[in-house]
Ligand binder design. Structure first.
Ligand code: Z5A
Ligand code: MG
Length: 218
């Protein structure tokens, strides 16, 4: 992609029940309500509607069993299914918001003991976010929020391990400078969290001039 103005690629990551989906929806409507109206799309990973997404959904709801490597590759394949859609939106000047992305993929699989570099490999070359917002909440906050504990992985020891891997990814992203990684205190009420998110996103809302990078490519 050449260095003309394009849409920004914004990823919302975070721990379970940190409010990612809530904030992604608020952000999308705020972007659409601005002068550049209807210029933001929201994509959720996993996208449970595709053929691969249906396999992931069955696994998450414990209706099927899969080898840890196999489910990791399915999550990654689910992102590659949507990569060309992401590129097309960005090239058309549309802001893309992703609710979870490759960082969740690494965090959940590395927590199980799969090697970190192995977990990263299948996502190398995906569109790289311009900005990743990491929503941080303690387990005591997540526990009392709606729906917690219904699916596989929604246990506190899992979440502690996942948090440690996310911290590593955040440090690496900041060190390498590939996109921005901003941590948000998501234990506060929705409007306050949304304001912090908007502060980080607003400069990108009019588009981005630099060309889009590919994730973890030199
Ligand atoms: N996974 C993986 O292993 N590998 C991968 O590559 C990917 C994912 C992409 C399903 O993800 C699982 O897939 C997930 C990671 C794994 N496993 N776990 N655990 P998912 O994204 O489909 O999960 P989800 O069902 O959307 O849950 P979530 O993402 O953890 O929730 P959230 O989006 O962060 O929170 P929310 O739905 O916006 O809010 C949760 C509740 O809290 C809801 O009742 C809200 O009204 C309430 N809420 C939200 N914000 C607030 C504030 N600020 N105050 C009070 N209450 C609030
Ligand atoms: Mg969610």
């Amino acid at each position: 992609m050449t260095a003309t103005t394009r849409g920004a690629f914004i990823v919302i990551e975070g721990l379970d029940r940190s409010g990612k989906s809530t904030q992604a929806a608020i952000l999308q409507s705020r972007l659409q309500g601005g002068e550049q109206s209807a210029r933001a799309v929201l994509i959720k990973f996993p996208d449970r509607t595709t053929a691969i997404g249906k396999m992931i959904d069955a696994y998450l709801r414990s209706q099927s069993e899969l080898d840890d490597h196999a489910i990791h590759l399915l999550f990654s394949a689910n992102r590659w299914e949507l990569a060309s859609t992401i590129y097309a939106h960005l090239a058309a000047g549309v802001t893309v918001i992703a609710d979870r992305y490759a960082f969740s993929g690494i965090a959940f699989s590395a927590r199980k003991g799969l090697p970190y570099e192995w977990c990263r490999a299948p996502d190398i070359g995906l569109p790289a976010p311009d900005l990743t917002l990491f929503l941080n909440v303690g387990p005591e906050v997540a526990r009392v929020r709606g729906g917690y504990g219904e699916e596989r992985y929604e246990m506190e020891d899992v979440q502690r391990g996942v948090r440690a891997v996310f911290e590593r990814i955040g440090e690496e992203t900041k060190r390498t400078g590939q996109g921005e990684w901003v941590e948000i205190d998501a234990s506060r009420e929705k409007d306050l969290v949304a304001e912090d998110i908007w502060r980080a996103v607003e400069p990108l809302s009019i588009g981005v001039v630099s060309s889009l990078q590919r994730l973890w490519e030199k």
